[in-house]
Design a protein around this ligand. Structure first.
Ligand code: IMP
Ligand code: MG
Length: 179
């Protein structure tokens, strides 16, 4: 598995320090408000599991699974909901947690969709951001790291469903996805 990883971009320790920092700010910002955290499957699963355990206020956890139409590397902007929420979000302060924002099309769609359901507020959190690749405007309030335009894996993030179990964020060798 590791033979296909070119570099470690963000170490396990750096991720954990950032998770604590984000959780502290989220704890203060949402204190006294009914908080619903939505993890976007599958990539954000590892991040959201670490993040919620550092948040020190009551919260409800739910998940959505989304798929964007288009080729494997370029999204068309049309997003399909594969798994919807179990909970009603009316009156809740919603925090959407993503693994990585690329074109922004997924979160742009999801924000609009959630706005129409009567949440009290909607905020976005992502561990990683590739700002150079943005196509759709989104307002990410809680961000871990800006990263360059390279294909990364690990800490929940996959290539062809592999590498999610790496504890760090690594850059995949181009040979690995040109096979
Ligand atoms: P977008 O912002 O709508 O373009 O989509 C973001 C989604 O694309 C993320 O949630 C990932 O699933 C996927 N993605 C973007 N960049 C990478 C990457 O470097 N490695 C793995 N998945 C990625
Ligand atoms: Mg994702």
């Amino acid at each position: 598995m590791l033979e296909n990883v070119k570099d470690v971009l963000i170490t396990e320790q750096e991720i954990q320090a950032k998770v604590e920092e984000l959780a502290k700010v989220i704890t203060e910002d949402f204190r006294g408000k009914p908080l619903l955290i939505i993890g976007v499957l599958k990539g954000a699963n590892v991040f959201v599991a670490d993040l919620i355990r550092k948040i020190e206020i009551p919260l409800i956890l739910d998940f959505m699974s989304l798929s964007s139409y288009g080729s494997s590397t370029e999204s068309s902007g049309a997003v399909r909901i594969l798994k919807d929420l179990d909970e009603d979000i009316k009156g809740m302060h919603v925090l959407v947690v993503e693994d990585i924002v690329d074109s922004g099309l997924t979160l742009n769609y999801l924000s609009k969709n959630l706005e129409s359901r009567g949440a009290a507020s909607i905020s976005l959190c992502t561990l990683l951001d590739k700002p150079e690749r943005r196509k759709a405007p989104i307002d990410v309030k809680y961000k871990g790291f800006d990263i360059p335009d390279e294909f990364i894996v690990g800490y929940g993030i996959d290539f062809a469903e592999q590498y999610r179990n790496l504890p760090f964020i690594g850059v995949l060798k181009p040979e690995a996805y040109n096979k």
